[in-house]
Design a protein around this ligand. Sequence first.
Ligand SMILES: *Cc1c(COP(=O)(O)O)cnc(C)c1O
Length: 386
Amino acid sequence: MIPGPIEVSPTVLEAFETPPPSHLAADFIENFGSSIEMMRQVWCAGPDSQPFVIAGSGTIAMEMAVCNLLEPGQRALVVNTGYFSDRMAEMLRRRGVQLTEVGARPGQVPSVDGLKQALEARPVDAIFATHVDTSTGVRIDAETICELARQYDVLSVFDGVCATAAEAFQMSEWGADVYLTASQKAVGVPPGLALMVASPRAMEARAALSEPPPMSLDWREWLPIMNAYEERRGSYFSTPATNLVNALEASLAEILAYEYRGERGISARINAHQVAADAMRAAWTTLGLELFPATDDLAANTLSAIMYPEGVDASMLADIKKRGVIVAGGLYPGRKQDYFRVGHMGHVITLPEELLKTVRAVAEALADHGHDADVEAAVEAAAKHL
Ligand SMILES: *Cc1c(COP(=O)(O)O)cnc(C)c1O
């Protein structure tokens, strides 16, 4: 129950656990091609958008976005909501991009007015934002940031590593230019794939660069490979992570076939994350706990960042683990000892008994550490939603 690597489904594990397939095997080519097609659906992206499946991590996906969209001397605005926004800002700086950062107090998001002022004060070429910052559990309003980007006619890039396939994101409808993630988060695959979808405008930005990005990160090198697999032809630039691509195909297919409360596919999946998050938050409230995000509407559906109550500290995490549940410590610089994090994304949201086991483990560990916790009431509060 950490915010990635997450638990994967048995189907995904089965697709992954094979002798390494050749990148030119017929069924591998089919799986790669259909993964690219299914990514457009999971991302809610248009037919003219370009998915990329690259061996790598979320950080590599971030780096790809940075160096394919902007070159030294160009300008960007970073909407800074925590640890991963800091990382994005540092990457942009290293690329030689001139940076405006608009931040907020920990657990909060910058105001739209603040972002507008920054854009008025200093025009930029792109806005970068973290959809869910995994260090704080804060979710930004991505739709509004897309609107701003269109209004100012600049690119918009979203780090969706802790959000994609779990939080609502309408890539084409909102007009976002890059939405990126990594395989080990809500997409529900073991770690090792950098995944992103680029808009036609983003691809034009790459074409307009005067100096190409580093070769292994260059969309222009990868585009013919993605096109070949989508046309069901094998191709080679750099060996794909073949087991992981097979696992990706299984996971995307599972997400798109998922049925929940009368809906099917990505919208069903997103609703189920909302319900799981509501259930977990109901339990935390019942236990008298406070969240790191300043207000409920800022709290992500993919994880809970929970403040330790009075008299309880990080030593509690070992007692949660003893009960068969692994959660994560804090990550926000300077505040790591103040809170812990419980991931609730991907396959686990389809397993109410696992969510309730987690609530029970946290509640019992809190009680062990002297917090006045009504374990049964917390479990019941969560169960009501599921
Ligand atoms: C996990 C995460 C990353 C980094 O992904 P890696 O695969 O660890 O490189 C980046 N951004 C966010 C929001 C994340 O949650």
